[in-house]
Design a protein around this ligand. Sequence first.
Ligand code: OXD
Length: 321
Amino acid sequence: MKIAILYRDEIGFPVTGKHVEMIRKVFPDADIRKVRDESELESEGFKADILLCWATGGGLCIAGNYCRYDDALKWVFSLSAGVEGIVPVLKDLSNVCLTNTKGIHGIPISETVMGYLLSTFRGLPQVKENQRRHRWQRFVGEETCGRTVSIIGIGAIGQTIASRCKAFGMYVIGVKRQVTKIPNVDEVMPVERLDDALERADIVIVTLPASAQTEKLINADRFSKMKRSALFVNCGRGSTVDTQAMTAALAEGRLAGAFLDALDPEPLPPDSPLWDMENVVISPHISAQSAAYMDRAFEVFQNQAVTYLNDGSISGETEVR
Ligand code: OXD
């Protein structure tokens, strides 16, 4: 068994000896190569059966050429939730399965989103600003309790956010393609009722993946459906939102504020008006980042690998963030 790991330290997710050992626990005799650049594998003539790599878009799909070269490849394990960068490559390689780190993003992303909501409703930026000015100024904060939150594209990440929102007393609406019962979600709506979910929401949270179906799904018309008092959060993919329409809605006061961890394009250009908006928080696509990320990612791989060894099947659907 040959296993290749393509890593990128600069994005803050190092692959350490501990992670290689986690693979070895399942595949004790495997020939494991860890490289920064896919061309290193090609020049060594290393053809892996399994490849672990970043497979998301925005410059982080780092294995496209290698996948085409490696005719022994059976399984690509994406270290990211998003796989939009590698899907077009694998379309032509029908013998290669793709899985991802589904399930590990919910905790850090939901903590980030709750941090934004609680801080905004309770006025913490104002508290800090007053402190900076040595000003003892009391004011009446708002509460998240009793608010309606609509989570658009509710998958594993959205469900973790829903559980946190529920714990704070919010009414939770989830929008997804197939309506099923979801714990901590008061109403699940099909995409056909997206406008309804947007109209009712005090908080709109987008956790959609990038795909042809979701491209600019949240457009000018959709922003016009949202309450002027609504807060807008995108912690899915930037491509799902029409940036120009969102910028106009925020600039014209047709939305109360936004937390944007996913933007189109990324990085956000320095001259974007969004940078200077008081009611906008720009987060450079870091809401999933956490010191626990890689340990969890390799644990997911271990679990999928055990199934692979047991019955040859490659399990774990890909949820595309
Ligand atoms: C991902 C992410 O893992 O966006 O795809 O964080």
